[in-house]
Design a protein around this ligand. Sequence first.
Ligand SMILES: NC(=O)c1ccc[n+]([C@@H]2O[C@H](COP(=O)([O-])OP(=O)(O)OC[C@H]3O[C@@H](n4cnc5c(N)ncnc54)[C@H](O)[C@@H]3O)[C@@H](O)[C@H]2O)c1
Length: 334
Amino acid sequence: MALKIGVIGCGGIGNRHSINYKSLPGSELVCVCDMDKERADKLAKNHGVKAYYDVGEMLKKEKLDAASVCTAGAENGGHHYQPTMQCLEAGLHVLCEKPISNDIEEGRKMVARAKELKRCFGINLNHRFTPLTQRAKGWVVEGKLGEGLIINMLMWINNKNDSSPWFHVKALHPHSIDVMRYFAGPVRKVQCFMMKPATRKACWSNLSINLQFANGMIGHLTGSYDVNPAHGLERCEFIGTSGRFYLDNLFDRLTLFNNASDERTVIERNMMKAESFDDTFKNRIARWVEQLNEGADPEKIEASGRDGLGASEITHAAIESFEKGTVVDLEDRG
Ligand SMILES: NC(=O)c1ccc[n+]([C@@H]2O[C@H](COP(=O)([O-])OP(=O)(O)OC[C@H]3O[C@@H](n4cnc5c(N)ncnc54)[C@H](O)[C@@H]3O)[C@@H](O)[C@H]2O)c1
């Protein structure tokens, strides 16, 4: 039987989650919920499902297996905590949008409560769900690149939001940091510089972060909210003792260089599949539904709450580093 799903938060992202749950054979979109009645009614009508305006009411009336939390709030994460906790307490599995929360204490509580209740808790860290990203991960796991040395990442888009000093680092960089953690594992130390152009009043919209990973690898993240992403939005470079790869724009191009030869392997976007950014949602939600249907151990959920928290611990450490001018040691938090 297909999993019964509710989607909370009926903005553009709630719509993307809804479309995917509807199209997957393993899930059934049962209802959507938004405290903004007009938004809930519109999305419900578009998808032919029931609308709710209160999460408690939805949980009382419907027998759901899982929910997507697609709320936003301050720094795009201020509204995730309450509905996530309500759904976990009601026994649902939860897929929450990133960042896990804009408040790190809330994020820690969400992860701890999901663990106590043995509920599956995932974060929509969709940038790691592309065929090329997963192919590159296979190379790292197989040891094709040798011992990992350096990982560099660049991610930028154009977002004029100037609502908070930390909007850029907290809202965007869980994605870039998650990709780095996916390849290089947990982070130990963080050092960060930020800058903003004269056009900004509040938001530090450019950043440069140095990382030291628990396995000894080192790395760098360059991020910006001031660049047109039409010519590319991200690049990841992994350097090991036996070779290195460049991953361009998630699904555009993956290039492998082997130290022992002057040949390179280039794998490019599959034109027949015409992948787009929407596919990162499709792939991520398909894997979430697949894992739930397999009865996955909550500790084995891919792009889990713990991963979302790990990425946000680093964004918060970057803020601390920038404010105090120090290197922040995360010990086992990142
Ligand atoms: N994974 C990605 O690639 C990606 C891309 C963009 C945005 N996002 C994330 O998606 C989330 C949603 O983004 P959006 O642009 O759709 O936001 P939005 O502000 O357009 O929509 C959020 C909706 O949630 C509703 N809401 C808030 N709290 C609620 C509650 N307790 N109960 C019911 N409804 C509630 C609001 O009324 C609002 O309609 C954000 O966290 C954002 O960071 C993810």
